[in-house]
Design a protein around this ligand. Structure first.
Ligand code: APR
Length: 242
């Protein structure tokens, strides 16, 4: 049974679809989530690894953790959920606002992806404005910049602000869409968890795809209690039947 059959007309009327995704959409690619049962935070204390203070206290430990995550991510392949979102671009205007840093949406073929929390391959200097992309293992940890200071992952840590221009764009896109699909996120981290509110201000239809309840499930117009790799291809099949 296609879970989206009941809202077929709503889907076909949509002009601008925005996806808000989180770690859950990459779970079926073998990348652990943060807070789910297999969550990363079960083995590591998030506050000891994903904060600027933790980094300066022990840059080597944080880099070793990121090297682990990089290895896992570089072996991961986009799953049917990522591929469905990319395929949907053939039928309608799609933008992906992702909290993930694994680059799997882009690997699946999605053209318009805003990486709200940065990217695992992007590295920047802690002092000067040097930035680069490194898509293989970092041997010397912590790596050094040519200016002599240490380099850090170019990701958003707890307590850090998002790139303001990127966030402005994300808010505008959320406020202009008529359909928002929130897939694989617990919606506990701000400001990403305000995006459904911006969509609702524009009377967008909100769909949540998540095997578990989230804090915002009750505010959704439709909740699909299933995984993204199973559900999102069903969403696309509504368009493919045309
Ligand atoms: N399909 C869909 N959803 C899934 C799947 C799946 N196969 N597996 C797990 N989920 C759901 C979980 O039920 C949970 O609600 O994905 C969500 C993952 O939540 P989190 O682990 O909190 O990840 P996320 O919401 O992306 O975290 C946001 O917090 O740790 C920071 O910066 C980090 O970007 C991250 C942010």
């Amino acid at each position: 049974m296609n879970a989206f059959e009941s809202i077929k007309n709503k889907l076909l009327e949509a002009k601008k679809i925005v996806f808000v995704t989180g770690a859950g959409i990459s779970q079926e690619s073998g990348i652990p989530t943060f807070r789910g049962n297999d969550g990363l935070w079960r083995n590591y204390d998030a506050m000891k690894l994903a904060t600027i203070d933790a980094f300066y206290e022990n840059p080597k430990l944080v880099w070793e953790w990121y090297n682990d995550r990089r290895k896992n991510i570089f072996q991961a392949k986009p799953n049917d959920g990522h591929l469905a979102i990319a395929e949907l671009e053939n039928f309608v205007d799609v933008t992906v606002l992702t909290q993930n840093i694994d680059g799997l949406h882009q690997k699946a073929g999605s053209k318009r992806v805003l990486e709200l929390h940065g990217s695992i391959i992007k590295i920047k200097c802690t002092v000067c404005d040097f930035k680069t992309e490194i898509a293989d293992e970092i041997l010397e940890v912590p790596p050094k910049c040519t200016c002599g200071n240490i380099l850090r992952p170019d990701v958003v840590w707890f307590g850090e602000a998002l790139n303001q221009e990127l966030w402005q764009n994300a808010m505008i896109l959320a406020n202009q869409c008529d359909l928002m699909v929130i897939a694989g996120t617990s919606l506990v981290v701000s400001p990403a968890n305000t995006l459904p509110i911006y969509a609702k201000q524009n009377n967008a239809f909100l769909i949540e795809v998540n095997p578990e309840d989230t804090e915002m499930s009750s505010q959704m117009d439709l909740t699909i209690k299933n995984t993204s790799a199973i559900s999102l291809p069903q969403l696309v099949s509504i368009y493919k039947k045309l």
